[in-house]
Design a binder for this molecule. Sequence first.
Ligand SMILES: [Zn+2]
Length: 323
Amino acid sequence: MPSLPASEILPWHRQLWDVLAASPRLGHALLLAGPPGVGKTRFAAALGQRLLCAAGTACGRCHSCRLLAADNHPDLARCGPVAGKTEIPIDDVRELTAFLTLASHLGHGRVVIIEEAERLSRAAANALLKSLEEPPAGTHLLLISHAPGRLLPTVRSRCQRVDFPVPAREDGLAYLQRAGCAHPAAALTLAGGAPLRAAALTAADLQIGEGLLKALEEVRCGHLDALAAAEEWHKIDGDKAFANLAGLLAHAVQDTMTASSRDTADPQVQRLHKLVIGLDLRQIFCFWDKILDDRGLLDAPLDRRLVWDEVFLTWQRMSSQTT
Ligand SMILES: [Zn+2]
C-alpha cells in the first residue's frame, strides 16, 4: 500500500494542530493520549519538528528540519519499549535525563519523545518526575500513551494532556481510500476505527477479523456454542486474534455510544450495531478490558485454551441477558 507523507498533518488533527501551534503557552510536558493507530506518534513528530525548526514552523527547509528528515537530529531523543520487553527500563530514562542536561546543539531547544509511556517501569517513571517538574529551559517532553490510566498519577499530573479520540468514520474511510486500501470499511471496523492501524492490517488479519465477527454473531444468536467456538479459535495466532477482537469491540462500543452511526448504510457498521444492540454497555466495557488483560496470558498453550473458553463463555452469558 502506498504510504502518505509522514510529515503531513492528518486531516482529523488539523484543528488540534492549529490550536496547539497557535498556543502561546504550550506545556513543556505533554501527554498525547488515545487508542493505538489514530496518529499520535505522527503528531508528536510534527510537533517536535515545529519546536526544533529554525523558523518555528516545521518549514522543511532549514538545517534543523533537514536533520530531522534524515532522522539524525542531535537535539531530539526518542525512547520506547524494545521488542520482546514489556517495560521501558530505568536506564533508558537515565539516558534521556542526561541528554536533557546538555546544551542544545542547534540552539532551538531539545525534544524528547517517549512512546507507549504507560510501559515505563515504576522506577523509570519515578526517574522521569524531576525532568517533568523542572525541565531544563527550552526542553519539551512529549509522552505518548495508548493507556494513560496506567501511568503513575504523579507523571500524569505533571503533563498537559492532549486527547486523540478515534476520528469520525468518514474521515477514516477517506484516509484509507486515499492510501489505496483494498477493503477500507472492513479494515476500519477491525481496527476499532483507528485509520493508521487499519492501513497496517494484512489480508490475513482481515480474514481473522471476519471469522471472529462471524463467531461472535453466531454465539450471540445461539447458533454456535461458546466452547465449540473456543475449540476453533484457540489454535489461531492468539495475539493477533485478540488484537482484532479488541478492535471489533472498540468499534462496537463506540457505535453503541454514538447513535448517529445507526443510520449509516455501511454494512460493517450495521453488523456491529446488531452485534451489541440490547447488551449492557458496562458489560461490554468489562469484556473489552478483560480481553486486553488476557492478551498477556496467551503465551502458554494450556492457558490459551482456557482464555478462549472464558472469552466465548462470557460473550454467551452476556448475549443471554439481552434486554
Ligand atoms: Zn525548519
